[in-house]
Design a protein around this ligand. Structure first.
Ligand SMILES: C[S@@+](CC[C@H](N)C(=O)[O-])C[C@H]1O[C@@H](n2cnc3c(N)ncnc32)[C@H](O)[C@@H]1O
Length: 229
């Protein structure tokens, strides 16, 4: 059948809703920082006529006829910003997480997690978030997502204190109201919504903070005449 040939793949609705939060538009370039195994990459690519730069590789791109759209980079995300070359208006960080939102499919996780792992995981998520934030152009969007229902991996990881140049853009434009939290995040609850548990924050990088230097001229077309002191 189609599945066996790799011509179609099945994803939980909650994964699709994370892509809705990214809101891929034709012509855009999106950096998918933690792409493997590539489910969201392929779904995003199906919306685009531009590029998805994914930090992994997937043969099935050919089968799904999106191989011309996806550029794969094999690298540890934490080393990528050092080159300073790769930046985009849209960046997705679908972070490695405890998987506590997908226990219905990953029954083994109940026995494979301990508190020490969780602490390390949160530190790792912060490192990845920091690296992903450096790939976002001023005015661009960073979507941080997880398939966990643990607030410590979700709301608590949103890094506004350490990255004041980002602000939360509420997701109510992208997903049905029932999935929008009071803080403006996307959250699916397996008990309430009968789908996997997922989280996504739509974070926008401010335009102004990119220019800390004195007397630099603002280069962005819409604000070209403003002098920064
Ligand atoms: C939650 S999964 C991503 C799922 C994927 N977005 C999808 O929809 O198919 C997180 C992925 O991050 C990748 N990963 C872990 N550490 C990484 C790192 N330092 N740099 C880049 N990717 C990493 C792992 O390979 C793992 O598959």
């Amino acid at each position: 059948g189609l599945l066996k040939k790799g011509l179609c793949s099945v994803q939980d609705e909650s994964a699709g809703l994370v892509v809705s939060v990214v809101d891929p538009q034709p012509g855009e370039t999106i950096i998918d920082c933690c792409a493997a195994p590539g489910g969201k990459t392929h779904y995003m690519a199906s919306h685009l006529s531009g590029q998805v730069v994914e930090n992994s590789y997937k043969e099935t791109a050919k089968l799904h006829q999106v191989d011309g759209i996806i550029i794969a980079i094999h690298a540890d995300l934490r080393t990528l910003p050092d080159s300073g070359q790769l930046k985009s208006n849209k960046v997705l960080l679908d972070a490695p997480c405890s998987g506590l939102g997908v226990l219905s499919k990953r029954v083994d996780l109940r026995w494979n997690r301990n508190l020490e792992d969780m602490e390390q995981l949160k530190e790792f998520q912060d490192e990845l978030l920091d690296a992903a934030s450096k790939l976002v152009k001023p005015g661009g969007v960073l979507v941080y997502s997880s398939c966990s229902i643990d607030p410590e991996e979700n709301d608590d990881r949103v890094f506004l204190v350490t990255h004041p140049d980002f602000h939360i853009d509420p997701v109510d434009r992208y997903v049905p109201p029932d999935f929008v939290t009071s803080s403006g995040f996307f959250f699916s609850n397996p008990v309430k919504h009968s789908v996997d548990g997922s989280f996504a924050a739509h974070l926008v990088r401010d335009l102004l903070n990119e220019f800390p230097g004195s007397n630099s001229l603002w280069l962005y077309p819409q604000l070209r005449d403003i002098q920064i002191q």
